[in-house]
Each structure stands twice: as C-alpha cells, then as structure tokens.
Design a protein around this ligand. Structure first.
Ligand code: PSU
Ligand code: MN
Length: 307
C-alpha cells in the first residue's frame, strides 16, 4: 500500500479524502534549481499561490529515506539549506535512497511517480527535462519524458529551456504517446520566453477543458501523463536573443568543465542565473507562480467534474 511507503501529511491526506483540489510540487528546483534562501522563499510563495487559489499544495521530496507528500516546516527548510548537498532523485534513485536513509530533491519524473502513488493528478513545475542538444550522440534524454509516458499525472510547466533540443524533446513525447497541450497558446513555450517556435498538439483555454482531457484519458484506460505548456507572462519574460546567448555560453562552459549526466542540468541552471545577474531568477520565480495558479485551477475543475 502506498500509504505505508509514502509519508502523506495530514493536510494533504485530508484534502484528498474530501475531494478537495491538491497540486503536487517538485523539490529538485529547491535543492538543485535555485540558491538558498531564494529556493525556500520561492517554495513557500508557490505554496501560498496554490492556497490562495483554493487548493492544497503537496511538496514532494525524500526526507531521511522516506518519500514525503506535503513536506513542510523544518524538513523543507533543511532541504533548502542543504541545497546541492542533498541528492537529486530520479526514478532509479528512490529505492537506494530509502535504503541509505538519505534526503533528496525529487525531479519531475520522481515527483510524478510519488504523486501517482498518493493519487494526486495535477503537478506544477517550472521547466521539464528533455532531450539535450546533441542528444543523438550523448543519449542524454531526461527520465522526465519516459515518466510522462507511463504515469498518469498532468504536469503544468512553462515549456523547456533551450539548454535542450526542444524539437527533439517534442518528437520523443510524440513517440511515447504524451499529449502536449498549450494553455492559451498554439506554441510550446521555451521557459524564459513564451514561444519556442514549435507548435503544440492542442490548445485549450480553460481549466475545465484540461480536466475533461484528464478524465477522458482515464476513461480510455490510458495511464500516460499529460504535458501542459503554460507560457511565462510577457511582462516577466526574458529577451530571447539575450537568453540564447547566455545559454550557448553556458553549454560551452559545461563542455570545457566536462560536466555531463545528472550534473548537467543543475550546472546549467546555476550558470544561467549567474550570467544573467539574477534577472533570470525573476523570470523563473514568476513562471513557477503562474504555473502553480493554473495547476490549482485545473485541480479545482477536476474535483468539480469528478463530483
Ligand atoms: N529544467 C529546468 N529547471 C529545473 C529542472 C529542469 O528548467 O529545475 C529540474 C527538474 O527537476 C527536472 C530535472 O525534472 O531538472 C531534470 O534533470 P535531468 O535533465 O538530469 O533529467
Ligand atoms: Mn540527463
């Protein structure tokens, strides 16, 4: 039984039992995505956005070897303060971290896996992992994509950073049968900017339509996830050329430092934040809050539709 493996907070368990909307949140963004104390402030701020929208936040992380749903208080503060000293848990790491009793931030993949165990259907993040540039040579393809292929959770994101090859990322999602939805847009967003230049499969403009999509997939017996691209608001976006120049320099820096594998994404996030002089952080925070709001509305519509 998942309840025995996963530690679900009383608040989240109560919300789920009452068919009250719940939004899952990841924690690699806390441990490996932003520096302390911005990471903690952002995590708490995002939780508040979800509460203000009438839903319950469920931050997911591994705390002393226990997968937690609704991680808060001292446990959350410890994770934020430890930062990259904590592990970065992808699907293949969870069992080992349980055996070792370690704490970890959970990636999109692992957060989906644990959310599904807790029967949470909607999850908000910043950006997903995907196929890295040059992925045809390195085979560096985030486990996030395979998790979307087989775990029934709807993920609201601001697209993918162009540290990835966004075209190839969308191709892999198509191969694995993952619907890619634009929320109020025909274009897949590029995290810092609202338009990657790539089309989405379907555009939906309301939380009710996305709730209906989640329900339709369940009725079909489909167990894959859904990816919802929610563009960063124009006022908070970065200049496309400026951010592209920074990302290109970051990729060169990673190559000359020999950074590969699971260290690559955290290295790039840190380098981009440094090179943009904190301006990318402002965009990053704004888009996560925007994703949390949309996810809370979708979760609300889903609860109403499920009755
Ligand atoms: N991309 C971002 N911000 C992030 C991540 C990715 O723009 O914080 C994090 C997410 O937790 C994602 C993980 O699931 O990095 C992907 O890591 P990898 O590329 O090693 O699979
Ligand atoms: Mn990788």
């Amino acid at each position: 039984m998942p309840q025995n493996v996963v530690n679900i907070s009383d608040e989240v368990a109560d919300a789920l039992a009452r068919n009250h909307p719940v939004v899952a949140l990841e924690s690699t963004i806390i441990t490996h995505g932003m520096a302390y104390p911005h990471n903690l402030e952002t995590a708490l701020g995002v939780e508040q956005v979800i509460r203000d929208a009438g839903a319950t936040p469920a931050t997911i992380a591994i705390v002393d070897g226990v997968p937690g749903v609704g991680v808060s208080g001292q446990a959350l503060e410890r994770l934020a303060a430890a930062g990259q000293k904590s592990a970065k848990a992808s699907r293949r790491d969870i069992a080992a971290l349980m055996v070792l009793g370690k704490s970890a931030g959970t990636t999109v993949a692992t957060t989906m896996q644990i959310a599904a165990l807790a029967k949470i259907s909607v999850f908000a993040t910043g950006g997903i992992g995907g196929v890295h540039r040059g992925g045809e040579h390195s085979f560096d393809i985030s486990a996030d994509l395979m998790e979307l292929a087989h775990t029934p959770v709807a993920v609201v994101c601001a697209g993918a950073k162009s540290i990835l090859d966004i075209g190839k990322t969308l191709e892999v999602l198509e191969t694995h049968g993952v619907p890619v939805i634009g929320y109020g847009t025909d274009r897949f967003p590029a995290f810092f900017t609202p338009d990657s230049g790539h089309m989405v499969d379907y555009r939906f403009d309301s939380p009710e339509e996305i709730a209906a999509l989640i329900i339709a997939q369940a009725r079909l017996g489909m167990t894959n996830g859904i990816l919802i691209g929610n563009p960063v608001p124009e006022d908070d976006a970065q200049d496309a050329e400026k951010i592209e120049a920074i990302i290109s320099k970051g990729i060169e820096a990673a190559a000359s430092a020999g950074v590969t594998g699971k260290q690559f994404t955290p290295f790039m996030l840190e380098t981009i934040a440094e090179m943009s002089g904190g301006d990318s952080l402002r965009t990053n925070i704004a888009l996560i809050r925007n994703n949390a709001l949309v996810a809370a509305r979708i979760a609300g519509a889903l609860c109403r539709a499920r009755g």
